[in-house]
Ligand binder design. Structure first.
Ligand code: TXA
Ligand code: MG
Length: 321
């Protein structure tokens, strides 16, 4: 747990218009005072992110939601009650407190209450909202430890609040509740099944893209190595072939193939539980980059529960660059 003095320091940096990397239960965020347009704009510079790509506003509790949005529909209230604090982001109509810099010019705003003690302590000490995208350069893999943030953004961040490794490991589920029917824009830490149980209705999930978001391109959450998805039974043959062609191959070996001999530069056995896999996924991708792999071979897990978010990130990592 982060020290009280670190929380105070982080809150001061936010008040002064600086950038703070903060831990959340999903991934580390690159935070700024949501109401300071200059600070918010710096996030885009540091990330190399197009200014039309909207950010999430993090708040300290569901009771603050009405301060940030034009209205709180019943569906939003229901979902907030069930899943906050937690890995769920709600897209709602923007309230006047949210500058257009934070929403990429959209009249909607994404809001969430993170479930991490250090993030909640910081939000309380700061008192306002914190806009934060994942604390990585645009298009690359999200950081799940403070070391990932330091390695990737270094001096560009004014303060890194270290809250240990993230427990969920993939980003929040984004649900648009501005329309008549709620829509999942990005699968994530809250499962589709859990949302459907609470809403008592089936939900559609976009296959690879986060629709309705401007400036999307398919490759995202991507390591430097090229990612190739194959059926599990083809992994060993594909890895061997690519090695013979001169690639440094990294393999994410599904738990169903545990113990199978695979000829590759680096083989990472994947946890059997989807929660374990989600927690480690981005760390594995970073590790394979670091070990010098130029090609990563992986398979999609079953697309249910957290497997849906894992498959979504793997597909996008494998997308055209
Ligand atoms: O778990 C998370 O959500 C992490 C932690 C730090 O909270 N944050 C995160 O932020 O993943 P970012 O910026 O990497 O991804 C936010 C996504 C983007 O795909 C963005 O397009 C979408 O949220 N988004 C933000 N505002 C939106 C809006 N008004 N309408 C639709 N999508 C929106
Ligand atoms: Mg991101």
């Amino acid at each position: 747990m982060a020290r009280t003095s670190d929380i105070e320091k982080a809150a001061e940096v936010l008040r002064a218009g600086g950038l703070v990397a903060l831990p959340t239960e999903t991934v580390y965020g690159l935070g700024a005072d949501a109401e300071n347009p200059a600070a918010v704009s710096r996030i885009f510079q540091v990330k190399g992110r197009p200014p039309t790509h909207p950010l999430i506003v993090h708040i300290g509790g569901a009771d603050q939601l009405a301060d940030w949005v034009a209205e709180v529909p019943a569906t939003a209230r229901l979902l907030a009650e069930h899943f906050w604090p937690g890995p769920l982001t709600l897209v709602l109509r923007r309230g006047p407190r949210v500058p257009l810099e934070a929403t990429g010019g959209l009249e909607t705003v994404a809001v969430r209450v993170p479930d991490h003690p250090a993030a909640l302590a910081l939000l309380e000490a700061f008192g306002g909202g914190v806009t934060a995208p994942s604390a990585n350069r645009f298009g690359s893999v999200s950081p799940t430890t403070a070391d990932h943030v330091r390695a990737e953004l270094g001096e560009a961040v004014d303060f890194v609040l270290d809250g240990g490794p993230c427990g969920v490991g993939v980003e929040s589920t984004i649900v648009d509740v501005t329309g008549e029917t709620p829509a999942i824009l990005r699968p994530g830490g809250v499962t589709r099944e859990d949302l459907e149980a609470v809403l008592d209705r089936p939900l559609d999930v976009p296959a690879t893209s986060h629709v309705r978001v401007p400036g999307q391109h398919p490759s995202h959450y991507a390591p430097s190595a090229r990612v190739v998805l194959v059926e599990p039974e083809q992994i060993a043959a594909e890895a061997q072939l690519a090695q013979e062609q001169g690639h440094q191959v990294g393999v994410l070996l599904p738990s169903t193939l545990a113990g199978t001999p695979v000829k590759a530069h680096a083989v990472v056995p994947v946890p059997a539980s989807m929660a374990g896999y989600a927690r480690e996924l981005y760390g594995f991708l970073r590790e394979l980059d670091q070990r010098g792999c130029d090609l990563i071979i992986a398979s999609l897990p079953p697309e249910e529960g957290l497997g849906l978010a894992i498959a979504n990130r793997l597909r996008r990592a494998a997308g055209p660059r």
